[in-house]
Design a binder for this molecule. Structure first.
Ligand code: HEM
Length: 438
């Protein structure tokens, strides 16, 4: 479509005007030249209320004072280099627990469902970093409140895949009411979330040490002055970080392992590098990652070929903007087609091939400075979790390759189709794989 209609395509969905941007130059204009003007978010009544915890969060916040405060808290308190290294021991512990599960499942050449294991591992990793609790694989049964909270996630995931008629044609809002979404939201999702997370915050408040925070809730409780967060804001932020920090990393690793299975030459080169730098008899440590340029190139190539958020997160302009000669009316939803940019043959040679070598010796960055590589987007709304996402993804992939060789079960080739839903381009079917110990 991008090739047929050009780098700026406009269309209407009901009452809402949209544009889709599909070239690096137009992405630069939107995310850099006109960064402030396009820095807001469209509000969808049903779904926004659901995921934003009654419009208290960061991801869906319009560009304004509340967004600036939450973003500042993330940048200066949560995702600093020192906080990220503070959680290295949590990463090591959770990776070890995940490794034991893979080891047991891979025994005797059995096939197993890597997708559900990754889901549980990344959820545990994030909930430990956020509030020091695990939801999967614990010896102690979950409390009824924790079970209800976990169940509310499944409802949210299901509801957020839907399109709500009333968001596009206000006269049809009755249809959404009839479907019962508002009621499920009011009566099940929001109360379950509040009950569990309120209790977590109260428990933390009893005995936290500001000098030695155990997790993000402790850090948030130490904030004062203009950065002081209400309990509702803490809940909304925890919800955002859990939402943004699990499916994205899980999906990226699923694609990485899939690409390595269908590209055994690349997997072999990755094994060679790991054997040379780490060796098979030593455990892989986070400190090895800087010495693994080929693994890093694989991660970049996965981000390029399989961007997990192919249309990013929608941007929005509160005022009319002139963009490269086009008049973009106020209240337009702006989507940057990251997928099209990453597959543009005028920018990338053989874009359909999986070639990590294209990044060896190149200073191409995924941080939003190069507008032809935008897995985390760019500008003021760029992903705030990059400092955590990079070690989560790179360390997990290096660990999985260091310990095992990966292949598809005999007679069951890996399905490489993409499944788009709620803005995430996940794998179309769970990754059923075999792994042999190296
Ligand atoms: C593979 C991993 C990840 C990818 C590819 C990714 C990608 C993205 C993208 C494309 C956006 C939209 C930026 C825009 O609107 O222009 C975004 C926003 C965001 N991401 Fe990530 N992300 C990842 C992991 C994480 C993690 C681990 C966290 C935090 C724990 C996180 C937190 C956020 C938040 C809070 C926003 C909203 C920022 C705002 O609206 O100001 N992400 N991410």
């Amino acid at each position: 479509m991008a090739r047929k209609y050009g780098p700026v395509m406009s269309f209407r969905l009901g009452v809402r005007p949209h544009i889709i941007i599909s070239s690096p130059e137009m992405a630069r204009q939107v995310l850099k030249e006109h960064d402030v003007e396009f820095a807001s978010r469209p509000l969808f009544s049903t779904i926004s209320r659901l995921v934003s915890h009654n419009f208290q969060d960061l991801i869906f916040a319009p560009h304004g004072e509340r967004w600036k405060m939450l973003r500042r808290v993330c940048g200066t308190e949560l995702f600093t280099a020192s906080k990220v290294s503070h959680f290295a021991s949590t990463r090591k512990r959770e990776l070890g627990a995940f490794g034991a599960i893979v080891e047991a499942s891979a025994k005797d050449g059995h096939e197993f469902d890597l997708s559900s294991m990754l889901h549980e591992y990344f959820t545990n990793l994030m909930t430990c970093v956020l509030f020091g609790r695990k939801f999967y694989g614990t010896d102690t049964p979950l409390t009824p409140e924790a079970e209800a909270y976990k169940a509310s996630w499944a409802i949210q995931a299901k509801e957020s895949r839907r399109l709500f008629a009333g968001d596009y044609i206000p006269a049809m809002r009755w249809l959404d009411t009839l479907r019962g979404t508002q009621n499920r939201l009011k009566n099940e999702v929001l109360p379950a979330r509040s009950r569990f997370l309120e209790a977590v915050i109260e428990e933390h408040a009893k005995d936290f040490d500001p000098e030695n925070p155990r997790d993000f809730v402790d850090v948030m409780l130490t904030l004062g002055g203009e950065d002081k967060l209400s309990n509702d804001q803490i809940i909304a932020l925890l919800q955002d970080l859990l939402l943004a920090g699990t499916g994205t990393s899980k999906g990226t690793i699923e694609w990485a392992i899939s690409e390595l299975i269908v590209n055994p030459r690349v997997q072999e080169k990755a094994h060679e590098e790991l054997d040379r730098v780490v060796g098979r008899d030593r455990p892989l440590e986070e400190s090895h990652l800087n010495d693994l340029p080929y693994i890093q190139a694989i991660v970049k190539e996965v981000f390029r070929k399989r961007p997990i958020a192919p249309l990013g997160v929608p941007h929005y302009n509160d005022r009319e903007v002139t963009l490269a000669g086009y008049t973009i009316p106020a209240h337009t939803t702006v989507l940057v087609n990251i997928w099209a940019i990453h597959h543009d043959p005028s920018v990338w040679s053989d874009p359909e091939l999986f070639l990590p070598e294209r990044f060896l010796g190149s200073d191409h960055s995924v941080l939003g400075n190069d507008f032809d590589l935008l897995p985390f987007s760019s500008g003021r709304r760029r992903c705030v979790g990059i400092p955590l996402a990079m070690p989560h993804v790179t360390l997990t992939l290096a660990y999985l390759l260091h310990r095992w060789s990966w292949r598809s079960p005999l007679g069951k080739p890996i399905e490489m189709a993409e499944l788009a839903g709620a803005g995430i381009a996940g794998v179309a079917s769970p990754r059923i794989v075999c792994a042999s110990h190296r």
